[in-house]
Every structure is written in structure tokens, then in C-alpha cells.
Design a protein around this ligand. Sequence first.
Ligand code: DAH
Length: 339
Amino acid sequence: MKEKLEKIRQEALAKIAETSALDKLNDIRVAYLGKKGELTEVLKGMKDVAAEERPKVGQLVNDTRNIIEEKLEEMKSKLAAAAREKQLREEVIDVTLPAKKNNVGHRHPNSIALEEVQRIFVGMGYEVVEGPEVEYDYYNFEALNIPADHPAKDEQDTFYINDKMLLRSQTSPVQVREMEKGKLPIRMIAPGRVFRADEVDATHSPSFHQIEGLVIDKNITFADLKGTLARFAQELFGENTKVKFRPHHFPFTEPSAEVDVSCFKCGGTGCRMCKGSGWIEILGCGMVHPNVLKMSGIDPEEYSGFAFGMGLERIALLKYEIDDMRLLYENDTRFLKQF
Ligand code: DAH
């Protein structure tokens, strides 16, 4: 019995000593100390041991159990410590490495310009409204005093969806939609995307943005239009900016004008920016045509108003001195990050 125990002890300790994996230790524990383990088997043989020998043998079995137990624990902490050390070694962080760059997005020049224009008009009490991009021919043309056979319909090469619907070629239909609501007075700007069948080049794109403006109230005159747009130009391009109203024609306004601002680059003496003229065209405007008021259910004898429309890209290109519109659509972050 004694020899048997000694053999078990030696065998167990040898196995423990050569283990290099934590889970193998448990197998050893089961094999020697478990319910069906070798020591338990020995205990079963106790009945054959002489009564006076039993305490001694019992003690020996306990000692063997204890020493195996002890060695198992010892090995367990040793292996655990080694595993932890290995992990620490492998996961070491070099704190001197440069940090990963955080790529922050950037506001688009169009957005910056739009926010600026909105800020100016909201400051003058205007509301910002929107209209649909897919529009009825009626709102885009007819209700704006552009009848079916009007040459202005050709000027704006329009994408048609069917005979009645199209992609709006201008933001002016939002004027009609606002007037139809019947809530007067109106002071609104309507920014949005518009579409025209144009080839892409430095100044054209099949899709771009406009900002429409409309004021309807009693006793609105051309003087209000001039004062409003002069103030707007000064806020956008600088206090010394002058405005010039050139007679023009739009079907939905009468009289109509195109507005030039004095060149903010050279102050009007002539430079590359203004192509030597000292003036830069920024928008179209006029007094809302009585036909347009009537079609929207407003009595032109009682109310009058003015409207204006400008290209957002044009404002952004001018303000940030960008010479090719295509740059605004490529979304190259190296370009965008400059604004
Ligand atoms: N809708 C015109 C265009 O796309 C721009 C415009 C001109 C709008 C005069 C207006 C206006 O409201 O009064 O060319």
C-alpha cells in the first residue's frame, strides 16, 4: 500500500511538473484526486488493511492527497503568471506612436454661402420655406406667367417627367405655392435644388441651387426692392458694396431688373474677378407681375410685391473666389477643407 501510494505520488508530481497548459492541470486533478481517481481507488482497498495499520495508511493517503493538491495549486499560479506575462508582452502599447488622425468633415462652400444668405434675410424678418423638386408644369411655368408657347420655356431646357410634371428649372414655383396658401403678408426666401438639361462646364451643371425671395404686402414698391437688395449686398460682400439695377425681362415680374454689385475685389476699378468692368451680376428681380398675383388668388389692386432669384453656386464661387463650378460637386476633401 505504501509503495503504491509512493508510486502515485511520484507519477502525479512528474505529470504536474511537465504540464505547460492550465487546462491539463484539471485533467491531472481528476485522474488522481477525482471520484474515480487513483487515490480513491486506493482508499477502497482500506478494508483489506489490518485495523491497527489503518490510521497510518489513512494518514499516508491524506499526505499524498495534500502534496498533490499543493503541487497542482503551485503549478496553477505559475502557469497563470506566465500566461499573464506573455499577454502583457504581446499587448504592449508604444505610447510614443503618433495618434490616429481624426478625419473631421467640412462644411461645403454652398452650405456656408446658403447659411450666410439665410442669416441676412432671417435678420430682416424673412421666413425660410421649401418647395418640391419634382414640380408641376403649372407651378414651374404657367402660374408664373410663362404660357406653353412662351420662348422662356426653351431658355430653360427642362427635364420633363410626363406632360404635366417636371424637375423644377427654377425655385420661382415656390412663390406661387406660398401665395396660394392665402396668408398675407409674405416675406420668404426659398432655397433649393433646380435642374436644367445643361452640359457640365466651369459655369454650368444639370443640377444646381437657387435662392428665391418673395415679399407681398400692401404698398410694396420698387424702392423696397432696391433698399432690401442693397442692404443684402452690403451684408454679403461688405459695407462699401454698391448695387446697380439694369432693366431686364422676366415673365413673372414687371418691371424686371438684373442686379450687379460693385466688384468686392477691386472696389469697382476693374480686375480679373469682374472681367475689367467693375461690376458683377448676382441676381434677377422685379415687381411681381399682376397676372401672377391674380393666378395665385391675390388682388393686385390691394397688394403688390417684389421677387428675386439668385444662383447659390454663383454666390459661393464669387465669395470664395473659386473659378470652376465643378469643384463644388467633386467633394474632394482637400478642396473643401479650405473654407
Ligand atoms: N427664376 C429666374 C431664373 O431662374 C430667376 C429670377 C428672376 C427669379 C427674377 C425671380 C425674379 O424671382 O424676380 O432665371
